[in-house]
Design a protein around this ligand. Structure first.
Ligand SMILES: Cc1cc2nc3c(=O)[nH]c(=O)nc-3n(C[C@H](O)[C@H](O)[C@H](O)COP(=O)(O)OP(=O)(O)OC[C@H]3O[C@@H](n4cnc5c(N)ncnc54)[C@H](O)[C@@H]3O)c2cc1C
Length: 379
């Protein structure tokens, strides 16, 4: 057992850190955040340098690496800037399902577009009711292929992705009989509209997408017919760990800034880092970030090694989301009044941290799942 990263992993971490330091200019970042704009130029550079889709195979433009490598990159990007880090981490949202379940033709068609920076990618699954089974969106087979009808919400990057995968109910007699279908955003019957302004995660749009009799050929089904629910469950595991990495990075970014500020800001004739109330906060923040990081790496490694450690995977998102919120809240407090101002560059971390307990699945539901896991209840 070894808690140290290997040299290769440290090199990847360093490369991501240097890229983020060089490219994420704080004033430019503030503008992207205020304008709710996706950082296309920086994303394209990140694609060119291989930071997006690193886990995808080399023949499809990736580097054939694992989730742990992705976690390290996401962590470093979010550490440098929360909004930018989240935007880049989610720019290939859902590509794992094509990687795991797509056929060669689908992989060759889609994955190079993602790694080559030609399009962001997304997956649409959430509906008005959070329940994933059954889904109200249906896909029935007719002579032309699948005919999709339904509405999805909170579709990350829905208005920017040229392609999305959509999870639909393919049989009504079994709530778990779902299929994953590849749909082009410009296909007839697809309508995308913005869900409006968000508190955080502002560099990526969250959209409503409706499907009215959208026809997709049968060869656009990713994976097995009626097995989409299970494909989605696997994807959720990867995303829980990725979200954990976002939380670790955002928390570390908040701590870095608070630490630096507390050493330079003087009150009553000395740096505020000398006051016990601040020192205790910093110590708690440091310990929390370290714990969140360990569990995120453990969860990533478990998936990379083919052992799905459900407890660690659930905890990686749960602990890191909570940590990110608590640590950025404390960081904002350490900054005092400046912390509440945009120019302090800490309130953005606080706003972005807040979404992590909602994104993908709410914290309460995750706790219920963890409880099921430790009690031994089958889900
Ligand atoms: C910025 C943002 C981006 C998002 N991006 C995506 C995305 O890309 N893809 C996607 O599909 N979804 C996305 N989501 C949606 C997110 O997954 C949902 O908001 C979340 O799952 C909660 O669902 P809901 O909003 O319908 O809340 P509800 O299900 O109505 O829940 C309301 C409250 O009740 C609690 N609650 C609900 N059920 C239970 C229960 N059984 N036990 C205990 N408490 C419960 C919830 O925790 C919550 O506090 C995003 C959300 C946000 C805010």
């Amino acid at each position: 057992m070894d808690f140290d990263l290997t040299k290769e992993l440290r090199d990847i971490q360093k490369a991501a850190r240097e890229f983020a330091k060089g490219e994420f200019d704080p004033d430019a970042v503030l503008e992207y955040d205020q304008n709710q704009e996706f950082p296309s130029t920086i994303w394209k550079k990140a694609c060119e340098l291989g930071f997006v889709g690193m886990h995808l195979p080399e023949e499809h433009g990736g580097q054939g690496l694992g989730l742990l490598e992705n976690v390290l990159i996401t962590e470093e990007f979010c550490r440098q800037d929360s909004g930018m880090g989240i935007a880049l981490a989610l720019s290939d949202f859902g590509s794992e399902i094509i990687l795991r379940h797509g056929n060669e033709n689908q992989k060759t068609r889609i994955l190079p577009l993602i790694t080559g920076g030609e399009t962001v990618f997304t997956i649409a699954f959430l509906e008005e009711s959070y329940s994933l089974s059954p889904m109200a969106s249906t896909a029935r087979i007719d002579k032309n292929g699948y005919v999709i009808s339904g509405k999805k919400e909170f579709v990350t990057l829905g208005s920017l992705a040229k392609h999305m995968i959509v999870v639909c109910q393919t049989r009504l007699d079994d709530p778990l009989a779902q299929s994953v279908l590849l749909v082009e955003r410009d296909a007839e019957g697809v309508e995308v509209s913005s869900m409006g302004e968000k508190v955080g995660m502002r560099m990526i749009p969250s959209d409503n997408v409706s499907f009215t009799g959208v026809i997709v050929p049968q060869e656009n089904r990713i994976g097995e017919e009626d097995r989409g629910y299970y494909h989605l469950k696997e994807f959720f595991n990867e995303m829980r760990v990725e979200t954990g990495a976002m939380g670790v990075g955002i928390a570390q970014g908040g701590l870095d800034r608070a630490l630096e500020y507390s050493k330079t800001r003087e009150q009553f004739g000395k740096p505020i880092a000398n006051f016990d109330a601040i020192r205790n906060k910093l110590a708690d923040m440091y310990a929390d970030v370290e714990m969140a990081r360990l569990i995120a790496y453990k969860a990533a490694l478990s998936l990379d090694n083919g052992r799905t450690e459900n407890g660690a995977i659930l905890m990686s998102k749960m602990i890191a989301s909570k940590t990110a919120y608590r640590v950025t809240n404390d960081a904002l407090q350490i900054y005092g009044g400046l912390g509440y101002m945009k120019e302090g560059h800490i309130e953005r971390f606080y706003r972005d941290a807040r979404v992590l307990e909602l994104f993908l699945e709410p914290a309460q539901i995750q706790r219920n799942m963890l409880a099921d896991h430790i009690i031994g209840k089958k889900t």
